[in-house]
Ligand binder design. Structure first.
Ligand code: SF4
Length: 445
C-alpha cells in the first residue's frame, strides 16, 4: 500500500490550483490522494491569509488532527500557502506538531522536503523562487480532469494596497511563459476541460516578453478561443489599473470570453481609495465599466468591498452604496476591514464596531437585493448551462450559467461536460432551479 496524503485547501482558486499541483508532484514520490483524515501519512494545510482569523483556523485544524492521531503514528504536518509565508518560524515555535512551513513559491521543493523529513527535523521553505517553481511544475502534467479547470498564469503583486498581505506572501508580479501556459491549457482540454479560468493575484497584469514581443492576457484569451473543444474562458482576479483596451476589446470580439467581470474596487470613495493606495479612482472604474458595456451590454460586474476602512466617514460610505447601485454589482464580496500584521494599515485606528456592523449589513442587503432581482429575472428564461457535476447524494445535476450562477436541475450523468439549455423555474439568492429544455443532443446522451 502506498503512502497517503490529505490536502485541506483554504481560500481562493489559486490555492485550489496549487493544491492540485502539489498532488501531481507528490505522486512522484509514491503518495496517493486520500479524502479520509483518519488514514493519512501526510497532511498539507494550504492556507489563505486574506480572511480574518486565518492563522487561528490553521491551529484549530492541527488540533483536530492531533486528536485523531493521539494513539497512532504521527503524520507529517506541512503548513503551506500564504499564512505559512507570513508566519514561518513563528508557527514552528508555537506548534511543534508542525513539521514544515512552506511558502507558495517553494512548492517545487515539497518532494525533497518530505523525503528529508524522514530524518525528522523541523524546517521552513519560504524563499521567493517563483521561476524555479513554475519550471519544475511545467515538467509535471496537470492531472485536473474537471469540466471547469483553473490555470495559473501569473503570481504576486507590485501594487501594495495598504491593507493587503499578498505582495509580502506571494512576492513580486511574475508572469509564466506564454507557450507553457498554452501547453498546460491543451492538457486540461484533453483531460475534459470545457471552461478554463485563468488565475493570478493580478491576472490582468500578465505580461510576458519574448523576442521583443509582449504577450498580454488578451493574447492568451484570443489564442484559447481557437481550441474548438473549449467552450468558455474566464479570468480572475484583476485590478482596474491593468484593465487595458486590448482586454476590454475582447468583450466585443471574443465569443468564448464570458460576459462577467470580477473587478475589485474596495470602496466607492476616492478619499478611501487614496488612503488604501489603490492607484485608481472611482471615475477610472466607471470609465472601464462604460467601455466594457459598450463592447457588450450583456456584461455584468462583481466586486470586493472593504467596509469601515480606517478613516471612512458617513459620506465615504454613502459613496460606496451609491456606486453599488449605479453599477448594479452581482455576486460580490464585502467584509469589515480587519488589519493584517506587516501591512501599512495594520496599526490604523479602527472604526466603532457597531457602526461597522451596521454599514456591512446595509451593503450586504443592497448587494443581496440586486442579486435576488437578477436571479428573479432569469425565471421562465432558457439559459445555457455548462454541466459540471452531479450533486452529492442526489439525482440532480449542477452547472453554471454565463454569470457563474449555480443552476440545479434533473438529468443524467452523461450530460456532464455539455452545455445544455435549461428553463429556469425557481430562484433564490444563491441558486437557480430548472428543467432541461429541448436540447438537440438529448437522445445521444
Ligand atoms: S492589487 Fe490586490 S493583491 Fe495587490 S496589494 Fe492590492 S489587493 Fe493585494
Amino acid at each position: 500500500m502506498g503512502k497517503k496524503i490529505f490536502i485541506k485547501t483554504f481560500g481562493c482558486q489559486m490555492n485550489e490550483y496549487d493544491s492540485n499541483r502539489i498532488y501531481d508532484s507528490v505522486k512522484k514520490i509514491g503518495f496517493k490522494k486520500t479524502d479520509n483524515k483518519e488514514n493519512a501519512d501526510c497532511f498539507v494545510l494550504n492556507t489563505c491569509h486574506i480572511r480574518d482569523k486565518a492563522k487561528e483556523k490553521v491551529y484549530h485544524e492541527i488540533g483536530r488532527v492531533k486528536k485523531i492521531y493521539k494513539k497512532k503514528i504521527k503524520p507529517i504536518i506541512i503548513v503551506a500557502g500564504c499564512v505559512a509565508q507570513a508566519e514561518n518560524q513563528e508557527m514552528l515555535k508555537r506548534e511543534p506538531y508542525i513539521d514544515v512551513v512552506i511558502g507558495p513559491q517553494s512548492y517545487h521543493k515539497i518532494n525533497n522536503v518530505i523525503k528529508k523529513l524522514e530524518i525528522k527535523n523541523q524546517r521552513e521553505e519560504t524563499e521567493f523562487d517563483t521561476v524555479s517553481k513554475f519550471k519544475y511544475f511545467d515538467e509535471i502534467k496537470n492531472s485536473s480532469n474537471k469540466v471547469s479547470a483553473f490555470l495559473t498564469i501569473q503570481e504576486g503583486c507590485d501594487k501594495f494596497c495598504h491593507f493587503c498581505v499578498v505582495p509580502y506572501t506571494r512576492g513580486p508580479e511574475y508572469s509564466r511563459p506564454y507557450d507553457k501556459i498554452l501547453s498546460e491549457a491543451e492538457v486540461l482540454i484533453k483531460n475534459g476541460a470545457k471552461e478554463i479560468t485563468l488565475l493570478g493575484q493580478n491576472v490582468n497584469a500578465y505580461s510576458y516578453l519574448e523576442n521583443s514581443k509582449e504577450y498580454r492576457i488578451s493574447n492568451l484569451i484570443n489564442e484559447l478561443e481557437k481550441y474548438s473543444e473549449l467552450e468558455r474562458i474566464r479570468y480572475t482576479t484583476s485590478h482596474p489599473k491593468d484593465m487595458t483596451d486590448d482586454l476590454i476589446d475582447c468583450y466585443g470580439s471574443n465569443k468564448k470570453l464570458m460576459p462577467f467581470v470580477h473587478l475589485p474596487i474596495q470602496s466607492g470613495s476616492n478619499n478611501i481609495l487614496r488612503k488604501m493606495n489603490r492607484k485608481h479612482t472611482v471615475e477610472d472604474y466607471i470609465n472601464i465599466f462604460n467601455k466594457i458595456k459598450k463592447k457588450n451590454p450583456e456584461v455584468e460586474f462583481s466586486s470586493d468591498f472593504i467596509i469601515s476602512y480606517p478613516g471612512e466617514t458617513d459620506n465615504d460610505f454613502d459613496d460606496t452604496l451609491l456606486l453599488i447601485k449605479k453599477i448594479k454589482f452581482i455576486n460580490s464580496y464585502s467584509f469589515i476591514f480587519s488589519p493584517r500584521p506587516g501591512t501599512k494599515a495594520a496599526n490604523l485606528e479602527l472604526l466603532d464596531k457597531e457602526i461597522s456592523n451596521e454599514r456591512l449589513m446595509r451593503v450586504q442587503k443592497t448587494l443581496s437585493d440586486q442579486q435576488l432581482k437578477m436571479n428573479k429575472s432569469f425565471e421562465e428564461k432558457i439559459l445555457e448551462v455548462l454541466v459540471e457535476n452531479k450533486m452529492q447524494n442526489q439525482s440532480k445535476l449542477f452547472g453554471r450559467n454565463k454569470y457563474l450562477n449555480s443552476v440545479i436541475f434533473d438529468g443524467n450523468e452523461n450530460y456532464i461536460g455539455k452545455i445544455l439549455n435549461v428553463k429556469i423555474e425557481k430562484t433564490n439568492r444563491n441558486s437557480l432551479f430548472g428543467k432541461i429544455h429541448n436540447n438537440k443532443d438529448m437522445r445521444a446522451a
